[in-house]
Design a binder for this molecule. Structure first.
Ligand code: SF4
Length: 684
């Protein structure tokens, strides 16, 4: 039935980890406007272009509105009963024939906490496997692991207000002006109005870099070297925080020994940065009373991504920059709910709240609550599951809200894995590239058509509310999981996502006091949340996340990145641009955005363009050992010399950057080395 009234519904943006919240004004299915509110915790009255204009996709004619089942080369419409029955019989067969671990589950960093909680419950308690992972494997797992090594908790140390109030913000390998725009605006304001100092290390002179007090561009893959060298210089000068280290940090002596190699001469040689510049940075850090360090995929998507993340946290510890307002480590979460998807247990080694699946006592708590026996061994992560499919160990996969067929690295190889699956279920709001490989495609509802919570980069849990009815026969993901689990005899009976959150809060200590009643209106809670509802915006004021309450300096060694070959002579960097999100399935279908930026482009330096006789608008072919793509050029001074910058947003396989990237990965977490790729370029 058509609604003629204007309705105002509080929601949370789904385009980045800042987690801006606002009201969406709707009339029937028409989206009239986005109305921010001063009471919104992460953004107040701000949004960026995606938050404001990126919602038309909900009414796209390309939305999936009914389940589809593969019949040979075609897909035919099916009822929910037919689709879920087929899934139940095929997946049960595969499990009985090949074992529980022959099925993989890929969760969604775009979907809600409750949906991720339920999906890991489905994998673990109904299918008996820990083969579950989410998109943080592609981006922020190295950062979380670096923090867990050093301070014991894998989340941001404080809030956006801490970043804003800090005397010094150090940004390493991140592009907040385009990837986290509202957060970047707050940094720009603090820099301009409150004398906050800003240092940006990056390959590309992005918008925030242009406004920084210091913009520094080291050789690719050498961040760990300058971080260690600055830590060493600070210690050698006796500028480290001895009182803080004595009282609150373990392993100082060993850490000092580990820095022997990292002299300024060594750093100058490896990074290409002058000793004077490194001393200048060390001096600014020393003189600042508080420092926040922000980093993202320019750090993590390397073969030493975890080690470099660790080195950032080490530098913060050495200088006493944890546990006080305006300090700490802040890996900037990319997806709206990459933090929450991991927090709520869609990882192979963690139950919700980062409790180890291998711990008998913790597992027993969940076994009792769920009335089942849980597998003890950690399962396959996103990278390993592709290898396991290639090796014939994983035969079926269930994936929701993730365009793995475009955003995983080396997608030609990933596609050959999809083709080997005996049974593949893809659940999404559009018929994605990944869905083309599926046997069953299920229509899901986007955030505006359901209730739930997301957790932003600050660890802040916020409610979003249903503004529209699900289109056609699409359903909220949590309802689909429940219906499927019940088809397999699970007897779940959640009537609302709030009941799922109640269960998670009962089982997981860090969510003990989270409840929908406490998240009413503009209220939010930053985990860990105590039973009485009090939360923890700033971590480590009293103790770090280890049993003895002390932090640990963790020695890390640099290993050189891959050197450009003679044939592949250009370095390919990649990432986001302001207007689009991820593969673009939502933003390209939102007219206000796609009209402005209808396709991605390749940034080429004026120097390189002139050498090759290329002008803006030229169509070029890029080739790597793994594949080739075609894309138009934009000549810009944002990139220098032989650096190329390729936005990751392409729904078209022929211009997808991940046809070029390799399967090499961070040695500690298996996060792909998206940022270590050399290519050659020819004009078409
Ligand atoms: Fe806010 Fe990020 Fe959404 Fe922009 S994309 S409105 S910064 S949450």
């Amino acid at each position: 039935m058509r609604k003629d009234r204007i309705e105002r519904t509080k929601t949370v943006c789904t385009y980045c980890g800042v987690g801006c919240s606002f009201e969406v004004w709707t009339k029937d299915r028409e989206i009239l406007k986005i109305q921010p509110d001063p009471a919104a915790p992460a953004n107040g009255v701000s949004t960026c272009v995606k938050g404001k204009f990126g919602w038309d996709f909900v009414n796209s004619e390309e939305r999936l509105t009914t389940p589809l089942i593969r019949k040979g080369e075609r897909f035919v419409e099916a009822t929910w009963e037919e689709a879920l029955s087929l899934m139940a019989s095929k997946m049960t067969d595969i499990k009985e024939t090949h074992g529980n671990d022959s099925i993989g589950f890929i969760a969604s960093s775009k979907c809600s906490n409750e949906e991720n909680y339920l999906f890991q419950k489905l994998a673990r308690s109904v299918f008996g496997t820990n083969n579950i992972d989410n998109c943080s494997r592609y981006c922020q797992t190295p950062a979380s692991t670096g923090l867990m090594r050093t301070v014991g908790i894998g989340g941001d140390a404080g809030t956006i207000e801490d970043i804003e109030s800090s005397e010094l913000v150090l940004v390493v390998g991140a592009n907040p002006a385009e990837s986290h725009p509202v957060l970047a605006t707050r940094i720009k304001r603090a820099n301009k109005l409150f004398n906050q100092k800003l240092i940006v290390f990056d390959l590309r002179e992005n918008e925030l870099a242009q406004r920084a007090d210091l913009f520094i561009s080291p050789k690719p893959g050498t961040d760990l070297v300058w971080l260690n060298a600055i830590a060493k210089y600070i210690i050698d000068k006796d500028w480290h925080d001895t009182d803080f280290i004595e009282k609150r940090v373990n392993n100082f002596e060993d850490f000092v020994d580990s820095l022997d190699t990292y002299t300024l001469d060594y750093a100058e040689d490896k990074t290409g940065l002058s000793k004077e510049l490194l001393i200048k940075v060390a001096t600014i850090i020393h003189e600042a009373k508080s420092m926040c360090a922000l980093w993202a995929m320019g750090v993590t998507q390397h073969k030493g991504g975890t080690d470099t993340s660790t080195a950032i946290s080490n530098l913060l510890l050495v200088t006493g920059n944890y546990g006080k307002p305006g300090t700490g480590g802040y890996p900037l979460r990319g997806h709206n709910n990459v933090q929450g998807a991991s927090d709520f247990g869609t990882m192979p080694e963690w139950l919700p709240g980062y409790e180890s699946i291998e711990d008998d006592k913790i597992r027993a708590r969940y076994e009792e609550a769920w009335g089942t026996t849980l597998p003890k061994e950690p399962g396959y992560n996103n990278h390993e599951v592709v290898e396991a499919i290639q090796d014939g160990k994983v035969k079926a996969m269930y994936l929701f809200g993730e365009e793995m067929g475009l955003v995983d690295s080396n997608i030609n190889y990933v596609h050959t894995a999809f083709e080997k699956l005996d049974f593949f279920v893809v659940q999404d709001i559009f018929f994605s590239k990944t869905a083309q490989f599926a046997d069953v495609v299920l229509p899901a509802a986007p955030s505006l058509e359901k209730d739930g919570t997301f957790t932003n980069t600050e660890r802040r849990i916020q409610r979003f509310h249903k503004a529209l009815e699900p289109l056609g026969e699409s359903k909220p993901d949590w309802e689909i999981f429940q219906n499927f689990a019940n088809k397999l005899g699970a007897n779940w009976n959640y009537k609302h996502p709030g009941e799922i959150m109640d269960e998670a809060a009962k089982l997981s200590p860090i969510f003990a006091g989270v409840s929908y009643s406490r998240l009413e209106g503009w209220n939010s809670q930053v985990w860990p949340v105590n039973k009485d509802g009090s939360d923890t915006p700033l971590l480590y004021e009293k103790e770090f996340g280890f049993e003895d309450g002390k932090a640990r300096l963790f020695a890390v060694e640099w290993t050189p990145p891959y050197e450009p070959g003679e044939e592949y002579d250009l370095h390919l960097n990649n990432g986001r641009i302001l207007e689009h999100f991820h593969e673009g399935n939502m933003t390209y279908r939102s007219e206000g955005i796609s009209h402005k930026v209808p396709e991605p482009w390749l940034e080429v330096s004026p120097e390189l363009a002139s050498k090759r006789g290329i002008k803006t608008g030229a169509l070029v072919r890029l080739k790597s050992p793994y594949g080739e793509t075609e894309i138009r050029v934009w000549v810009t001074e944002q990139v220098k010399g032989k650096q190329l910058y390729f936005p990751m947003h392409s729904m078209e396989e022929k211009s997808a950057v991940n046809k070029l990237t390799s399967s090499y990965h961070d040695k500690d977490t298996h996060t792909p080395n998206y940022k270590e790729m050399d290519v050659k370029m020819e004009v078409i």
